[in-house]
Design a protein around this ligand. Sequence first.
Ligand code: AFP
Length: 335
Amino acid sequence: MQDNVMTLDRHFLDQQRKYPQARGAFTKLLSEIAFASKVISREVNRAGLGDILGRAGYVNIQGEHVQKLDLKAHDMMVRILNHLGLVCGLVSEEKEEFVTIPDRYPVGNYVVNMDPLDGSSNIDVNVSIGTIFSIHRKISDNPRGCAQDSLQAGFKQVAAGYTLYGSSTMLVYTSGQGVYGFTLDQALGEFLLSHKNITIPENAKYYSVNEAYSTRWTPGLKKYIEYAKTSKSDGGCGMSHRYIGSLVADFHRNLLKGGIFLYPADTSSPNGKLRLLYEAAPLAFVAEQAGGKASNGKENIMDIIPSDIHQRTPLFLGSARDVDQVVKYMAEDNQ
Ligand code: AFP
């Protein structure tokens, strides 16, 4: 193997060596999240075999109950995190309450907020989906953690990232020292460094929004989208529109190519659709570390102090200049 091939674990070790006081707990946690992603990736790749192996909600030929893939992804994550002794609890899109680690396992000083399989309505049609994760340090006095540990502002995250299950499986993460992307080599079963120090292009090439909802938008947002279509600021003839409807995939494209992702509030969803703790905040951390920005239209996503573990937020995310621009247009709505 070439000397410059960097596996994820080797990268984590190199990063850890920069901090002599580090004891490796955090590195181990990231490494196990990566392992869980590999397991989920394998399941996602088998998703098309649903009709042959048994559909979710039915019993398969071995007589086992077939779980929906998003619940399965949740269970895989939880099973892996339970054993580590590094995490005291977690918030998952799949569970209403803060999930504590069973008493029979030791606990540690981290909490994980996650969407185990985001974009799950895309699974049946073979469209890219992803896992999103965010890690905080425990702050409560409760030795086994509680919701307070998850309800921290985005700027308190110690690491965040996502795994995209697309034409290849890619893990992208930040721990506040830049953004790194690793592509899964299926034959080796290893994530290999493929994208070092990712920076988001300054000007957005794409705008990503569900335009079907445009009649419910505010005047300021409508004006921004017109601007996006016609802006010649980049010497071009306006931005192109790309929308998959799978947040990780839409964000990942925009991160690499330059773009802005918008999921605004509208007249029927006054707080938007996306979740602050395990969708908006982790991607905001990645975007900021890549030189981009994230806003709810008024406030920086990273500064919002959550009050509910499943809190929703409007989200404007991507190239800095364009996030600033949409915020400026939307300020007109408040005048
Ligand atoms: P599903 O998990 O129901 O597929 O929702 C995906 C998602 O949470 C996010 O990944 C997308 O960006 C967004 O919803 C798409 O929502 P719309 O279908 O309303 O555009």
